[in-house]
Design a protein. Structure first.
Length: 216
């Protein structure tokens, strides 16, 4: 058994023993916070065809007499609440609580892929598009038929009405997964796409097949 297979087995075992994502909830801005969900509370994400039904209330925050209600964007159970901050003034970005989200089969596959693929991250918060040549190849041959090399122009970054080419600097490989839609605004550091070396493709397919077979 290769080292890659051993590594993949360890990843799968980890997800089997703890098939959850832990989503930290932070203060959206500075203000006086009051919690509306306690530890152990089951929460629901926003729903409806247009996401018009709000999720479960998590907390309220007041700044300069303006009250903002923050609701859940993921399903799960509140596993941690920083109760010492209830009724206190908090700074923007302060961690308030954590939601334990049970991962579905598709989410487990995507999480594993993000661990084993070489991720190309957004260099800045901006809108992103594939370079015209890359998009043309994707349209003609399909996503996983496009091979890229270091130095290839792969992405166009649109920021403040200025388009800037972004060049690939990772190892050669196939574009396996894409995490944005053309024109999406993506935060700095978030993945845009994942690249897979050709010799790793059979192992990645093996993982996907195994997760589909083993998980409910």
């Amino acid at each position: 058994m290769s080292q890659q297979e051993i590594h993949f087995n360890e990843i799968i075992s980890r997800y089997r023993s703890d098939p959850y994502d832990y989503v930290d909830i932070h203060a959206i801005h500075a203000g006086l916070v009051h919690f509306k969900a306690a530890e152990g509370t089951e929460v629901q994400a926003e729903s409806g065809e247009w996401r018009h039904i709000p999720g479960t209330k998590l907390y309220e925050i007041t700044r300069e007499r303006n009250l903002k209600v923050v609701t859940a964007r993921t399903n799960g159970v509140v596993s941690f609440v920083n109760t010492g901050l209830d009724g206190k003034f908090v700074e923007a970005g302060e961690k308030l609580m954590t939601i334990r989200h049970p991962l579905k089969k598709k989410e487990i596959i995507e999480s594993i892929l993000q661990e084993v693929l070489s991720l190309f991250l957004a260099p800045e918060r901006a809108r992103y598009y594939f370079a015209m040549d890359i998009q043309s190849r994707i349209d003609q041959k399909g996503l996983r038929s496009v091979f890229i090399n270091p130095g290839d122009e792969v992405i166009t970054m649109s920021l403040m009405k200025r388009d800037t080419p972004v060049y690939y600097a990772g190892d050669p490989g196939i574009i396996h997964s894409v995490y944005f839609k053309p024109g999406d605004s993506v935060n700095q550091g978030e993945p845009l796409f994942g690249v897979c070396a050709e010799d790793k493709l059979p192992l990645i397919q093996k993982i996907i097949t195994r997760v589909k077979a083993e998980w409910e």
